[in-house]
Structure formats: structure tokens, C-alpha cells
Design a protein around this ligand. Structure first.
Ligand SMILES: [Zn+2]
Length: 197
């Protein structure tokens, strides 16, 4: 069982403060109770008891997968986790980013290559400002499925696995990329931009 801590949030709708008991650390190995509601987004979706408005809340949350050796920290505040050597450790700002990272790692994919795939795809499709999110790997060809908002609705796009493999090869050829992704780091579109500078 995860330890719960009381967190307070101010409702953006009515301005009242409400408290929720939430886990600070979710260990994937300890049952799927919390992992499932992280992935569904349910853990982050909370209803204000005063006005019933449902909203996404965020607090310092650490997700740890001791089998896959992955760590994802939500928020700037670094929670102390012992023995993280040999782990891929990522910092994310939003609940949706944490969900995406966990999905990427669960498929055994490299999130750095995924960010490069997004970059290449946005250039190819001439949608440089789109915010692509990895959703799943599909079919016998292992196509990578991404979504992005466009004109008020969610578009879906499938990218061939060979594009991902090409991006993995780029990372393999560039020690600077590995250097830029050690320790607890944010791997996102800004990270890709920093590589290209
Ligand atoms: Zn409210």
C-alpha cells in the first residue's frame, strides 16, 4: 500500500480550498491499484466538494518501476527515493506527461527517441507547433500512435516503427545525446530543441 498524504488545492472555479489524501510514491511492483488510475487519469481528476467542478490536480508524485528501472517525478520538488542508480529518471510538469512517460516505458520504448520522432513528424507534416502525445503501439507493424489537438479536436496519427528505429540510431551515434539525458532530466520538446541548437 502506498502511503497517503493530505494535499490541499484551491478550486479554480469557486475559490474554496479542499483537501485530498494522495500517494506521494507509487511503486508499480506493488499491485496495479494506483498505476491503473494514474494511466486512466482518474488519480488526477478530482471533484471540488463545494461546487462539484472536476479538475486536474497536481502534486509532487513519484512513480517508480523497480522491474523496468524507471522513475518519473511529477513536479519540481524532488522526492527522496533511495537506490535509484541504474534508473532512467524523468521529470515532468503535468499529469498527462507522466501518463505518457509510463506508457512509453511500458512498451519498452526510449522516450528520447520518441521525442525525436515527434520532432521529425511535426516537421514532415508542417505542424511545428502541434503538441504530440504518444498513445500506444499498434498492430503487427508496431506503428506508433500519437494524438494532438487541432482546431478544437483531437487528431490521431500513426508513425512507422522504422522512423523510431532511425531516431534510436541517431541517439546511438551521438554520445552528446546520452550525456544530455543522464540523471534526473526533462525529456520533452525543449530538450530536443536544446540538442539542435
Ligand atoms: Zn469549487
Amino acid at each position: 500500500m502506498a502511503n497517503l498524504t493530505q494535499h490541499s488545492f484551491r478550486c479554480p472555479s469557486c475559490g474554496e480550498i479542499f483537501t485530498v489524501n494522495l500517494p506521494d510514491v507509487v511503486n508499480a511492483a506493488e499491485g496495479h491499484e494506483y498505476k491503473d488510475i494514474i494511466l486512466s487519469g482518474e488519480l488526477f481528476l478530482r471533484e471540488c466538494p463545494h461546487c462539484s467542478r472536476r479538475q486536474v490536480v497536481s502534486w509532487p508524485l513519484a512513480y517508480i518501476d523497480t522491474e523496468g528501472k524507471h522513475l518519473v517525478f511529477l513536479s519540481d520538488k524532488q522526492l527522496s527515493i533511495d537506490q535509484t542508480e541504474g534508473y532512467t529518471a524523468r521529470l515532468v510538469d503535468r499529469a498527462g506527461d507522466m501518463i505518457e512517460k509510463i506508457k512509453i516505458f511500458d512498451y519498452g520504448l526510449d522516450d528520447r527517441a520518441i521525442e525525436l520522432v515527434k520532432y521529425v513528424t511535426k516537421q514532415d507534416m508542417n505542424i511545428p507547433d502541434a503538441s504530440l502525445k504518444f498513445v500506444r503501439m499498434d498492430g503487427a507493424d508496431s506503428e506508433l500512435v500519437f494524438t494532438y489537438p487541432s482546431k478544437g479536436q483531437m487528431e490521431m496519427i500513426a508513425i512507422g516503427f522504422s522512423v523510431y528505429e532511425d531516431c534510436c540510431a541517431i541517439i546511438g551515434r551521438n554520445p552528446a545525446i546520452s550525456e544530455a539525458s543522464t540523471g534526473l532530466v526533462r525529456i520533452d520538446e525543449d530538450w530536443v530543441a536544446s540538442l539542435l541548437r
